[in-house]
Design a protein around this ligand. Structure first.
Ligand SMILES: Nc1ncnc2c1ncn2[C@@H]1O[C@H](COP(=O)(O)OP(=O)(O)OP(=O)(O)O)[C@@H](O)[C@H]1O
Ligand SMILES: [Mg+2]
Length: 312
């Protein structure tokens, strides 16, 4: 594991335990849900966007954060070219409200910045600007869905550990499953108070998806003692790439296709009382955790007193 990553983990571990603010009262706390994966290209961005639309169709208000800071994609899937991105929040002191764009179904999108690949190189002031920006949107929608990059970079891990709920997405392939297990293990190692659920995308049958999901759930239970919950599957569906080519979410382009029906089911399940987050820490908890994760990177990126940079 790279030293920066290990540093972040150790730091988060020391600082995160038992320091969350008390849960927010009642049912109005914003649900913060990160969509992540081990392997890239398994369908996170499409799931995030279409799930946001499905929740909106059920009457909920949704904000989508494109937190794939290396390769922001949500705007491309929607065929929009946002005038401003998170980079403007970092550099130009714009507010999140100012950069947000409203998409179909009234979903609000915080466009990711493809230039912000090195969160670790942000200054403390810049980190504070991002975190304060999220504070401003607290209470404005019922959901914050976060599309992360793949893998276990410190930036991805910061968002995943900050969110109260995590959807781990995998395809049924053994390689994707192995990488998904890597993500689950990383969450477990941080002892994060995060509810972890599994979605198997690109399934060719219910049997195939359930068998793949069960393998991962059993392994996490046996090896880590962690309960990963089965949320559901999305079928392999040719309408997904067809919709992408049209730069329209498949839920709108082909509302009756198999994948759209499956995502609708996932949205319904997430709203089921069994799937409500236990603590309802809301945005306040998310911000506290995010600040800690980002500061961990910030501290790691700076040479300590008396420590010389290599080559100096
Ligand atoms: N249910 C599906 N049926 C068919 N093809 C799919 C399905 N889901 C995703 N795909 C294909 O997988 C590709 C990758 O999807 P997507 O961009 O959502 O993945 P990602 O996990 O966000 O990728 P990255 O890790 O690069 O961010 C899509 O362009 C599409 O062609
Ligand atoms: Mg993506």
């Amino acid at each position: 594991m790279p030293s920066q990553e290990r540093g972040l983990r150790d730091w988060v571990k020391q600082r995160m335990k038992n320091t969350d603010p008390p849960p927010e009262a009642g049912a109005h706390a914003m649900r913060t849900l990160a969509v992540t994966s081990g392997k890239g290209g398994v369908g996170k961005s499409n799931l995030t966007l279409n799930l946001a639309l499905a929740l909106a169709q059920l009457g909920d208000t949704v904000t989508v954060l494109d937190a794939d800071l290396g390769l922001a994609n949500i705007n491309i899937l929607l065929g929009v070219n946002p005038p401003h991105t998170l980079l403007d929040v970092v550099d130009r002191r714009m507010t999140l409200q100012e950069i947000m764009v409203v998409g179909p179904g009234g979903i609000r999108i915080i466009p990711g910045a493809s230039g912000v690949t090195q969160l670790a190189s942000l200054s403390r002031t810049q980190i504070d600007r991002i975190v304060a920006g999220f504070g401003e949107i607290d209470g404005e929608s019922q959901w914050l869905l976060i599309d992360t990059g793949a893998g276990l970079s410190p930036a991805v891990l910061s968002f995943v550990l900050a969110a109260e709920e995590v959807l781990v997405v995998t395809s049924p392939e053994p390689t994707a499953l192995a990488d998904a297990y890597g993500v689950v293990k990383a969450i477990w190692e941080e002892e994060a108070a995060t509810r972890v659920r599994l979605v198997v995308n690109r399934a060719r049958s219910l049997d195939q998806a359930e068998a793949a999901g069960q393998r991962l759930i059993d392994l996490a239970r046996r090896a880590l003692g962690l309960e990963v919950e089965w949320l559901g599957l999305i079928a392999e569906d040719e309408n997904v790439p067809r919709a992408i080519m049209r730069q329209e979410p498949f839920l709108l382009a082909y509302p009756h296709c198999r994948a759209a029906r499956d995502v609708g089911q996932l949205a319904l399940r997430l709203k089921d009382p069994d799937h409500l987050p236990q603590a309802a820490g809301g945005m306040r908890q998310f911000l506290g955790r995010l600040r800690k994760g980002f500061y961990g990177m910030y501290l790691e990126a700076r040479p300590r007193v008396g420590e010389r940079r290599r080559g100096q």
